[in-house]
Design a protein around this ligand. Sequence first.
Ligand code: G3I
Length: 423
Amino acid sequence: MVIVVAALLGALGAPGPAPAAVPDRPSPTMRELAAERGLRFGTAVADDTALADPTYAAVLASEFDTIVPENHMKWALIHPGQHTYDFTVADAEVAFAETHGMAVRGHTLAWWNQNPTWLTSGTWTPAEGTALLEDHIDTVAGHYAGRLAQWDVVNEGVSANGGGRSYLWSQLLGYPDYVDVAFRRAHQADPAAQLFYNDFGIERPGPKFNGVLDLVEGLQDRGVPVDGVGFQAHLTLQTCTARCTNDFLTNMLALDRLGVDVAVTELDVAVPLPATPDKLAQQATVYRSMLAACLLAPNCHTFMVWGISDAHSWIPSARPGYGAALPLDEEYRAKPAWNALHDLLTTPPPAPTCADYATRPLAQAAFEAGIEGAPLLDPDGDGTACPQLPASLAASTTVTTTAPTTTTVAAAPAVAATPTLAG
Ligand code: G3I
């Protein structure tokens, strides 16, 4: 009888002895750790009723300090009819952030995808197109003026060969003319927000990244306000080679030389299923490499993943056979990638030395030695760049002793006061 009752209770899921408490994620929280480093650590907020789920909301507010609406600030959802705007969900997401002391990135004011049918099926003159784009930006950026930290003003406007992508806005207004219009108008509507150009496939050197550099330089030459470039960073296990951090950092520093910020805006690392321990370890290396680059780059202050957990990732539906792309699993438990990010933020590593730079590629050496971004070009703190540094980097990269990391090596005030090291 006892056996029967016990078996029945088991089948019905009656609680057994309480398991030993196992923390789902290490402490302190990533939010706390990132704040100590002057880094924003954020995530895309899933659609539908996610915020009403108490577990989702609790993890969001405790582990992250920045959100970006994954879909609800895009044209198709926020501007469903030519004369109709729907701010309901985006307003709720912004309100959640404000209630919990979080920053918000806006995403996005001009994109080739997720546009409403009334817009894509219409026939417009260039003048009408300009008015539509300007009115939308006035209305949407104006609606949130003063409340958003950053806007992805133009998303994915550069094609793989580095030229402008051909789509609605470039066809109607011309490229890069529409980009100028969008950035000028966004600045007018919300002068406090940092304005970003955002794209995928620009994390490593190549023609597309060169196209983005050209775009930013052109904007600056024409006096158009641009504050940063977002590296979406939808990556795979194949993204990283031995020089992974070095490649990411090379591109970040190239933008630093133009005086603009970078942000990692949509990071995820798709894994071919099933996700074995080996694959998750490789995934952790890719995550770690990207954070390492961001910590080393003096112009990287924002690090966002594209979804809180594997239960909220776009990857499985968009790329059948792939998944497990985020650092938390479907139950919000830390995966190796989460622990790798946590470790990197937790342990103040020793600073690299000139000897490190002499023997290995610049950032790879720094990554292996540990991360202290401040003395990147002047690890000895003696006011001169390492003699072994590539001339291009030593000649043109700003030396800084400020954010994003605190430095454990001797400060170099003389260098910090001099923005550029010559030769
Ligand atoms: O809104 C409809 C809903 O009415 C319908 O019932 C449902 C049925 O499938 O679809 C809903 O639309 C979906 C939309 O997300 C909102 O949930 C679309 O099918 C779906 O394709 C769309 O996917 C989004 C995708 O952008 C669109 O390209 C993803 O969630 C979103 O994560 C993804 O985000 C983009 C960034 O904005 C830019 N960078 C790349 C990134 C990944 O593609």
